[in-house]
Design a protein. Structure first.
Length: 258
């Protein structure tokens, strides 16, 4: 039936960085489409609070949480063991967890820039590899990576962040080509400024805010739910012939000329 192309009933999704911001919005979106969701983030208290709120709104859905750091390989392996305990396989993996420290390139310590790489790109690579046997238990499954416009053009995020997001976009393309024969679609989204706790600092500067708005044709900041909607679409059966794509969720930022 055509309606089933727009639903995710019976599917299990794993979302990292799920306790707040874009990750929480993605979790909410997938639950709304009918999926059961496994939520991962570092803050156990925030996870439990988020789960409680979501469980009240979606009492018919299975929602489980695990406090873990995707930058730590032991934790990554524990996440996949936990997933295996919940079901026979996995339908959806959303690599959303990320972090940043913004500095001039010459001012980063080695630990700082290596930490950004571990969290933003190595975690997605390893979780995707670890999840591959679970994803391939189904005829069709998918991975969505949350990248950034910083991986496409230079913005004031700091060089390591832009490097990791560019690598994440390329990982998306490579895995899409390699795993298509396994029935695993791999796509990405690339947000511009989205209204989250992480962006509240820089956007609180009126001059900087005005600069951001001036470079955004839609003349506003994006909302987490708008990123989540793009992620949700890429997870649906309706997008079954889409793989290797990176969809900008940017209010037109990347297409804006002088």
């Amino acid at each position: 039936m055509a309606a089933n192309r727009w639903r995710l009933e019976g599917q299990l999704a794993l979302v990292t960085g799920a306790s707040a911001g874009i990750g929480l919005a993605i979790t909410h979106e997938l639950l709304g489409f009918g999926a059961d969701v496994l939520m991962v983030a570092r803050d156990a208290d925030a996870l439990q609070d988020a789960r409680q709120d979501l469980a009240e709104e979606f009492p018919e859905r299975e929602i489980s949480v695990l406090a873990a750091d995707v930058a730590d390989d032991e934790d990554r392996r524990a996440i996949l063991d936990w997933v295996e305990d919940h079901a026979e396989g996995l339908n959806i993996l959303v690599n959303n967890a990320g972090g940043n420290v913004t500095r001039a390139a010459v001012d980063y310590t080695e630990d700082e820039w290596r930490g950004i790489f571990e969290t933003n790109v190595f975690s997605a690579f390893e979780l995707s590899r670890y999840a591959h046997p679970l994803l391939t238990r189904h005829a069709a499954s998918c991975i969505v990576n949350v990248g950034s416009v910083s991986g496409i053009t230079a913005v004031r995020s700091g060089a390591p962040y832009g490097m990791t997001k560019a690598a994440l976009h390329q990982l998306t393309r490579n895995l899409a080509a390699e795993w298509a024969e396994d029935g695993v679609r791999v796509n990405a989204v690339a947000p511009w400024y989205i209204r989250t706790r992480r962006t509240s600092g820089p956007l609180s500067d009126p001059d900087y805010y005005d600069e951001v708005i001036a470079r955004t044709p839609m003349r506003r900041i994006g909302e987490p739910e708008e990123v989540a909607a793009a992620v949700g679409f890429l997870c649906l059966p309706a997008s079954s012939y889409i793989t290797g794509e990176c969809i900008a969720v940017d209010g037109g930022f990347l297409r804006y000329g002088f």
